[in-house]
Design a protein around this ligand. Structure first.
Ligand SMILES: NC(=O)C1=CN([C@@H]2O[C@H](COP(=O)(O)OP(=O)(O)OC[C@H]3O[C@@H](n4cnc5c(N)ncnc54)[C@H](OP(=O)(O)O)[C@@H]3O)[C@@H](O)[C@H]2O)C=CC1
Ligand SMILES: O=C1O[C@H](COP(=O)(O)O)[C@@H](O)[C@H](O)[C@H]1O
Length: 504
């Protein structure tokens, strides 16, 4: 068994304990932490919802999620029985103030059982519109005011726009200290995303070329094959730009573009990231059209299966103007990145599930080789595959064996599966452990969230003020609308998909 320092005693209340996020992500993550001996010696987990569950029924529901969605499918030799002793269900309506006394009683009871005051963590796995109300009601319980060991975890989306994000920040800061607020962006918990910091700041190799002098442009693609997946209710109030760009993709941009931190202290990393967000160019409403493209999928065929269009999905309006695809060309106006375009795109029902970052370097300044020696003179590319492939590829030009001087690009590959055992923790495992340990490095600070909204707002406002005339405008199993190809082709570049070994 691995030996390491485990977090102090914790009592975790999951609002939305009967919901999808807990079923698919949170409970499997907590169980994996337990199997790996990372859960505190003394801990309790209380799922909260209005649905009635017996303790046994709740355990069966959670076990079902673990079987379906955990990276570990097995019951792990009776570990589940040990784990489930710590898990209970509290049926309560979170909109009713009096019900919160039940929480205060559980805290007291656990304090007595543990013989110490545990860190009390409130996880908001509920629809965003419920969060302010719940936070306010929790604020009326004494446990929030008198101790730093009370923490609140807020899921994305954090607000619906800049104004509502500010309101939520103001409300939370009137009830909690910033050190108690954990704004989750689950991309930051992914191993491959955290590794960007290691790649950039634990190697001297890349820093000298990591700037406008050597980098031609950067691309970030976060493509999904799934559609709205029964989340039409939520997605109709969101869309791809809000759902993926405002948070995950801008965070990836920060990881790629930030300056070197002087320490890994949470606020130092967050300061460096917010500098990037503050330097991203805000477009005027007139500039939006030239820099941003939206799309919505039609019905059609996906890997041999017929799939509905977005407008035919459950809880979606038949003339919905919501974007299920967004592509934006960003600029970061600072010394390192001036004039280097960052092309980002994300969409549902796309050809493959793949999140990749491509750093395209400029060509060599001159070539002594005959022009027919190569089919590309821009071979140098660093590709960071975030998921589902987990690798880093450095592409460079090589001489093809033979009597003539023929060049073709080859890849030097670091692959997680080959280098490690391929059993990396899921993002939510890392993030939940960080909350229990009180480490906020991978969580968003209030100013980061607001800075991200400021970038997105002009695009949202422009899109919302003009209904798209041509929706749906892309077929399932494609790479999105033609306009997205044009966005990058206008600059003489093209989107790069998962790199394939070079063949003639
Ligand atoms: N699902 C996912 O993969 C992801 C979700 N998120 C975010 O997580 C949050 C939750 O999403 P998800 O789990 O999908 O949503 P669900 O609709 O599946 O779950 C909502 C939960 O809220 C509970 N709830 C609603 N009203 C009340 C109430 N008045 N009192 C007590 N409980 C209540 C429901 O319980 P009951 O019905 O029993 O009352 C249910 O457990 C959202 O903010 C979402 O954006 C973020 C990333 C991924
Ligand atoms: O936050 C969200 O992320 C998922 C994609 O997450 P991933 O880890 O599978 O890349 C997306 O499907 C969802 O719409 C969004 O809310």
């Amino acid at each position: 068994m691995q030996q390491h320092k485990r977090p102090p005693a914790a009592l975790l209340f999951i609002f939305g304990g009967s919901g999808d996020l807990n079923h698919r992500k949170l409970s499997p993550a907590l169980f994996n932490l337990f199997i790996d001996n990372w859960m505190p010696e003394k801990f309790g987990i209380v799922g909260i919802g209005r649905r009635p569950y017996t303790t046994e029924g709740y355990h069966t529901h959670l076990m079902d999620g673990i079987r379906q969605f955990s990276r570990r499918k097995e019951e792990q030799n009776g570990k589940w029985n040990d784990f489930s002793q710590h898990v209970s269900y509290l049926q309560m309506n979170a909109e009713v103030e009096e019900e919160y006394q039940k929480i205060a009683e559980i805290v007291k009871q656990k304090e007595a059982e543990f013989g110490e005051h545990p860190n009390v963590i409130f996880y908001m796995a509920v629809a965003p519109q419920l969060v302010p109300d719940i936070a306010q009601k929790l604020g009326s319980l004494n446990i929030c005011h008198d101790t730093k060991c009370t923490r609140i975890v807020v899921e994305k989306p954090f607000g619906h726009d800049l104004e509502s994000a500010k309101e939520l920040n103001n409300l939370l800061s009137s009830l909690f200290n910033e050190e108690q607020i954990y704004r989750i962006d689950h991309y930051l918990g992914k191993e491959t995303v955290q590794n960007i910091l290691a790649l950039r700041f634990a190697n001297a190799l890349f820093e000298p070329i990591w700037n406008r002098n050597y980098i031609d442009h950067i691309q970030i693609t976060a493509a999904e094959t799934v559609g709205a997946e029964g989340r039409g209710d939520y997605y109709e109030r969101s869309g791809a730009l809000r759902d993926m760009v405002q948070n995950h993709i801008l965070q990836l941009m920060c990881m790629i573009a930030m300056e070197a931190p002087v320490s890994f202290e949470a606020n130092e990393i967050r300061n460096k990231k917010v500098d990037v967000l503050n330097a991203i160019r805000r477009y005027s409403n007139d500039e939006v059209h030239a820099h941003a493209v939206r799309g919505q999928y039609s019905g059609g065929w996906m890997k041999g299966q017929q799939v509905p269009g977005y407008r035919q999905e459950k809880s979606v309006s038949p003339d919905s103007p919501i974007d299920t695809f967004a592509a934006v060309k960003f600029y970061i106006d600072n010394w390192r990145w001036q004039d280097v375009p960052f092309y980002v795109r994300t969409g549902k029902r796309m050809h493959e599930k793949s999140t990749i970052i491509n750093i395209q370097f400029k060509p060599a300044p001159s070539y002594a080789f005959p022009s027919e020696a190569a089919d590309t003179w821009r071979p140098n590319r660093l590709t960071i595959s975030i998921q589902p492939e987990m690798d880093i590829r450095l592409r460079f030009q090589a001489k093809r064996p033979g009597q003539s001087m023929t060049l073709n690009p080859v890849d030097m590959i670091f692959n997680y599966k080959d280098a490690y055992d391929g059993d990396e923790p899921e993002a939510y495992e890392t993030l939940l452990l960080d909350v229990m340990e009180g480490n906020q490095t991978l969580f968003m600070r209030s100013d980061q969230v607001e800075a991200a909204w400021k970038i997105i707002m002009p695009i949202l406002e422009t899109w919302e003020s003009r209904s798209p005339v041509d929706f749906p405008n892309y077929a399932p199993d494609s790479w999105g609308p033609e306009d997205a190809e044009a966005l990058i082709a206008r600059d003489g570049k093209n989107w790069v998909t998962l790199p394939q070994p070079h063949k003639d």
